[in-house]
Design a protein around this ligand. Structure first.
Ligand code: GLU
Length: 470
């Protein structure tokens, strides 16, 4: 059977490094197995739903190179790809009928206040809070009485409290749970008629023929419960992989930083999609990130080698990976993304003459994110800040101007020029280079001057040298 996996976000937020990593694990697994990657929206939480979230999620995934083969937008043979649409079609009703025929579901009228009270008492007795299954065996008359009070029931799943649940996890190995520790009979349908994703997800996974369920460790308890539902529906279990949690750089919970670690924010800060993918994929393996395409990353990805301990998203590491990608990218490869960080007319600078390729080659080794090109762009093409040199250095710069070879310039120009200056002035080392760097860039550090000469061009160079020598 061919591999089918899914990423099942609720349309309540955006893609960040946490859920992005879950999605990526599914994508990489699908790629490695020649399987199908599906995006299914679990729109079961009306209150938290955000207008436009679906589109943003799909756009962010696409930007990262994780295009689903099936989704509400991409279509597919297993649609619809939204829980509420599947509910309208009657998918969950049908599954409920099956469970009802086995006597495995019941209406529960317990109010929120009663549940709170139940939990308070349990906690005060030092017991873990759980629903105590008190409405399992209501008589018809009791149900009628509750209905007459205006109460609306939820539908709960009758769990065999003695059951021992075991499943194999591609990351964690054999996992074992006792049903009695799962918090009591779980709700399947809320009192507004909308299913919980724990139930809907199982029905969808069965109907959409998912072979593997890959998600975060925070779902492992849900999996135990879902295994019971799969079995109650006479379905075969998919394989499971629960990935260790991702923590913030300082080891804290990621949830506090999700805005700054959202894909849209990282994109605006100048991180490359390939770098984000590569770094996220390396988390939990102790391997160096693959500096290559998502296909190459997929070849290295193996749940069997994934560690079980929580991993940290280290922004310094992310920076290093991003820089590594940038350093080896050609101008043609980076051009479109670079444009977002530069003025609109950047390509026609200097009398319509594009020096952007030379500019890119000069600065790429000196940047960590694409945003960093802005300061270099300013240095090369903006107004020169006034530099104050010692009188001696001013004379030297005036000499340098007279010895500057005629353009156009290549990588060799710098060597020729500097040799002339050595002979003429006897200067060497810092005394030779630093006044030139200051005169040409206004900065003490920056990209190699040899690479900057072709970017600046003769006219501009002479102008800057003249200015600094006065
Ligand atoms: N909608 C669930 C979530 O976002 C999906 C869990 C799953 O992958 O089954 O957490």
């Amino acid at each position: 059977m061919s591999v089918r996996v899914r990423f099942a976000p609720s349309p309540t937020g955006k893609i960040h490094v946490g859920n992005g990593r879950t999605s990526l694990a599914n994508v990489l697994f699908a790629k490695a197995q020649q399987g199908t990657f599906v995006v299914r929206f679990e729109d079961t939480d009306l209150e938290r739903e955000i207008e436009g979230a679906e589109e943003r999620i799909l756009n962010d995934l696409e930007w990262l190179g994780m295009v689903p083969a099936e989704s509400p937008v991409h279509g597919g043979d297993f649609g619809p790809y939204r829980t509420r649409e599947r509910a309208e079609r009657g998918d969950y009703e049908e599954a409920l009928k099956k469970l009802d025929a086995k006597g495995l579901i019941y209406e529960c009228f317990v109010s929120k206040e009663e549940l709170d009270m139940m939990r308070k008492i349990q906690t005060s007795q030092g017991l873990p809070p759980r629903y105590d299954n008190r409405h399992r065996n209501l008589s018809d008359a009791e149900k009628e009485k509750y209905r007459a009070e205006g109460r609306k029931p939820v539908i709960r799943f009758k769990m065999d409290e003695d059951a021992v649940i075991e499943f194999d996890d591609m990351v964690r190995g054999k996992v074992r749970f006792e049903a009695r520790n799962l918090g009591g009979d779980p709700i399947m349908i809320r009192d507004n008629g909308i299913p919980l994703f724990t139930f809907a997800g199982v029905v969808d996974d069965i109907n959409q023929q998912m072979t593997h369920v890959i998600r975060g460790e925070d779902h492992v308890n849900n999996t135990a419960l879902q295994v019971l539902i799969f079995k109650a529906l006479d379905a075969e279990l998919p394989a499971f992989a629960h990935m260790p949690m991702l923590l913030d750089t300082d080891g804290g919970k990621l949830s506090k930083r999700l805005d700054s670690l959202s894909v849209s924010h990282l994109k605006a800060e100048g991180y490359l999609p390939q770098a984000i993918v590569s770094y996220m994929a390396s988390l939990g393996f102790g391997d160096a990130p693959v500096i290559g395409s998502i296909e190459e990353v997929a070849k290295q990805f193996d749940f069997g080698r994934m560690g079980r301990a929580a991993v940290r998203f280290d922004i310094e590491q992310m920076n290093r990976v991003n820089a590594q990608f940038l350093h080896q990218m050609s101008y043609a490869e980076v051009k479109d993304m670079l444009a977002d960080f530069l003025p609109e007319n950047h390509d026609e600078d200097r009398a319509g003459h594009s020096r952007m390729e030379a500019f890119w080659n000069a600065v790429r080794e000196n940047i960590v994110t694409l945003k960093d090109v802005q300061e270099h762009y300013e240095v090369c093409f903006g107004d020169m800040p006034a530099v104050t040199l010692e009188d001696e250095d001013k004379t030297y710069i005036a000499t340098a101007e007279t010895k500057l070879p005629a353009g156009p310039y290549t990588k060799e120009t710098w060597g020729e020029w500097v040799n002339l200056l050595k002979v003429e002035t006897g200067r060497k080392g810092k005394g030779l280079f630093m006044p030139l760097r200051l005169a040409l860039t206004g900065q003490q550090h920056g990209p190699e001057l040899a690479n900057l000469l072709p970017v600046l061009g003769e006219e501009h160079l002479r102008q800057r040298l003249k200015q600094a020598s006065q």
